[in-house]
Ligand binder design. Structure first.
Ligand code: PGA
Length: 254
């Protein structure tokens, strides 16, 4: 089975005390992962090591960064490089979240450079894609997402896409409480897998974990994760409540 992943995206939330307490509560809720399951906690940069140390005894649970620089180390005030993440033992990084695309003008080309940096230093990207409402209403979401994938990922050697992690997050469903239906998610996930298969072949495409993101919560996770091509979720708001996120973890395919 493909790796099934519950990824928490804390975004720019929580004080350090709240971050520690949330981590403690998650652990107290008992996280059990099977061999094909993974839990990621994408926390703000300053909390990476604190949370990493707290979860060090939890098998299948890792911290992730929410972003990394598109360049190697140098005179780039305020940036954090993939090399720095690797040096701190951080093995996962979210790249291309819609909030980065919208507020920080990260286009497909910049994101391709970030993906390259992460892979060069052995940090696995969680690459986000997804369409805005206007595109969904126009019915052109498939080609929109296809372009995002092509322009940011399809320069890579095929083998680099083996066990890759992609998060499909329709922007109209992020933080809005408006979830895509499980059928809408499945349709797009199947499309994404086909687009990848056309590039790297079906055997490698079948190893790619495709997460759904956008108002996932305890009450809807099992239905969405139950779909054939949905391999878990990238969760914002509901990941800030331990009891919610523990249920979401338990909703991954067994
Ligand atoms: P949400 O955020 O779960 O709060 O909709 C998801 C995300 O932005 O990754």
């Amino acid at each position: 089975m493909r790796t099934q992943i519950a990824a928490a995206n804390w975004k720019m939330n929580l004080s350090i005390e709240q971050a520690e307490s949330l981590t403690d509560q998650l652990i107290a809720g008992e996280i059990h992962t099977s061999a094909h399951q993974l839990v990621l906690l994408a926390v703000p940069f300053p909390y990476l090591l604190t949370v990493k140390n707290k979860i060090s005894k939890q098998s299948g649970v890792y911290v992730a960064a929410q972003n990394c620089a598109s360049t190697t180390n140098g005179a780039y005030t305020g940036e954090v490089s993939a090399e720095m993440l690797k040096g701190m033992g951080i093995s996962y990084v979210i790249i291309g979240h819609s909030e980065r695309r919208e507020y920080y003008h990260e286009n497909n080309q910049i994101l391709a450079a970030k993906v390259n940096m992460a892979l060069e230093y052995g940090v696995q990207p969680v690459f986000c894609c997804g369409e805005p409402l206007s595109v969904r209403e126009a019915g052109t979401q498939n080609s929109y997402v296809e372009t995002q994938l092509k322009e940011s990922l399809f320069h890579l050697d095929k083998e680099k896409l083996r066990h890759f992690i992609i998060a499909y997050e329709p922007i109209w469903a992020i933080g809005t409480g408006k979830t895509a239906t499980s059928d809408q998610a499945q349709d797009m996930h199947a499309h994404i897998r086909k687009v990848i298969a056309d590039y790297v072949g079906g055997e490698i495409a079948d190893t790619v974990s495709i997460l759904y993101g956008g108002s996932v919560k305890a009450a809807n996770a099992a239905e969405i994760f139950g779909k054939k091509d949905v391999d878990g979720g990238l969760v914002g708001g509901a990941s800030l409540v331990a009891s919610e996120f523990n249920v979401i973890i338990n909703s991954l395919k067994q």
